[in-house]
Write a protein that binds this ligand. Sequence first.
Ligand code: MN
Ligand code: MN
Length: 318
Amino acid sequence: MSSFNQPLGGNEMARFGGPATMMRLPAQVGAQGLDVAFIGIPMDHGTSNRSGTRLGPRQIRDESRMLRPYNMATGAAPFDHLQVADIGDVPINTFDLKKTVDIITDYYDEVLSHGAIPLTLGGDHTLTWPILRAMKERNGPVALIHVDAHADINDTMFGEKVAHGCPFRRAWEDGCLQNDKVFQIGLRGTGYSPDDFDWGRRNGWTVVQAEECWHKSLTPLMAEIRARIGDAPCYLSYDIDSLDPAFAPGTGTVEPGGLTIWQGLEIVRGAAGLNLVGGDLVEVSPPYDPSGNTALIGANLLYEMLCALPGMPQGVRR
Ligand code: MN
Ligand code: MN
C-alpha cells in the first residue's frame, strides 16, 4: 500500500462520477506535506480578446478524469514518488486585476513556504507574472521555458501594465528571470513590428518561432535547452494557444500555423532532467471548445509536467 495520495481509480468510481478534482486526487486545504500542489486560478480579466478562461480550471479538472497514473511513454509513475493533491483555487478578486496579481503572489509565497512545487491550471496568462514574483523570493531568478503563440512582452495594453500580453515584460522588469536562460517557443502570427519578437532577443532570450518548428521533432531543441539551462531553477509556462487551433481551438487569441500535439508533448517531456520549480497551463477558454478537448489536452500536459519533475525516474524513453 503506497503512502502517497493516489488518483481515484476507474474501477472504484465511474470516471464521470465523484468530485472533479485534478486527476481525481484528494483535495486538501493548503500545501502542507505536499511535494506537488495542483492549483487553479479562475481568472480572465487579463484577456484582450475572447474571454472565458475563468472557466478553465474547472473544465481542466473535469476533463482530467480519464488520466491514469502511469505514463506509458516515459515510464514515469509520479504517484509512487511524490505526494500530490489538488489544493483548490486561488481566491482572486474578479473585479480587480491589480489586486488579483498581489493575491496570487501572496498565495504562491505560502505554497512555496511548504516546499511544494506548484502546477497551475489557468486562467489567463497574466497569472504567470505574480507566480514568478513569488518564485524569485524563494529561488532567486529562474530560467524560463515559455511555450506560446505570443511573446507576451508588451509594455502596456490600453495603457495598463497588468494584462495577459504583459507578464514576461513585468517579470523581466522585476528581475525574476535569468535572461540567458529564457526560451520562447512557438511564437507566430501577425505583429506590429519585428520588435514584438526581437525585444526578448535583445535581452538575451532565445526565441524559436513556430515556423522553425514546423515538420520536425522538437526533441533535439529540448536537448539543447537542457544543456543551456543546466541545473538552474526552471519554470515552465505553457500557453495552450501555442498549439495549432486544429488541435486546441478552445482559447481566446488564436493564431494559425502552430505546434502539433506531439511537439507539445516533446517539449514537456523534454523538460525532464531540469530543476523544475513550477509550471502552469494557461489560456484554456471552455466556451470556445464545447467538446472539452482543449481542456483535456491541457490536463494531459499538466500530467506530463508532473511526470517531468525532478527526481522522477523515467523508466523508458520512446
Ligand atoms: Mn500567453
Ligand atoms: Mn498566447
